[in-house]
Design a protein around this ligand. Sequence first.
Ligand code: KIV
Length: 257
Amino acid sequence: MQKKISFIKSKKNKSKIVCLTAYSKNTASIIDKHCDVILVGDSLGSVLYNFSSTKKVTLDMMIEHSKSVRMGVKKSLMVVDMPHNTYRTSKEALENAKKIISKTKCDAIKLEGGKKVVQIIKTLIKNKIQVMGHLGVLPQSATSFKFKGKNIVERKNILRDSKLLEEVGVFSIVLECVESSLAKEITKIVRVPTIGIGASVHCDGQVLVTDDLIGLNKIKARFVKRYSNIEKQINNAALKFKKDVVTTKFPTKKHSY
Ligand code: KIV
């Protein structure tokens, strides 16, 4: 695990970091060879369970999905999101992070926030837990999903938080919907890699939600680029299956005992 963390850190200023989300074994095993990091994101709440926000995602949900993902990840660094209300105090965070790691065998955890969670992150790192930070739009507490860095106060706070996270020892920082020039500045200043989602090409790497990438989730966000249309393929396969079933073309002898 330490080797994988060092590898991710060593990519800063050399080559871009590729990160995608996975919520189950099958997806994880397909994307593993192309990724540096696979994130079991709490975005699974909205993507899979249709929750209106990630706030309803539970520790047990994250653990069960992560156990499945673990079976598909061989090469990438596996990071698991700590869900909302599971890291309100250092004690709670440590207990829950240990639980996630022991049950899922993930390499690291991610949690959202800057100044407010710095002491918590410090405790986790002191206890040899690898932490990925997350700044900018913070879905677990956000009231608005507008990009961050519009005004001086926002910019100052995010910059300060990036430095704080670096100081306490996170191995990388996700920047979600952060204005381009600010993402560029942070990436230049902090020595750990930044991984952007809607935070410009200047970050040290990029992350996308796989279901968005393959056209399975119909989110319309500026930062999403759809690379394939799996919905169409599933639709075609189901339609062909239906036709074969109703015309008794399936199953043939070949598919029977
Ligand atoms: O939950 C998630 O998938 C995330 C990424 C979008 C960074 O946090």
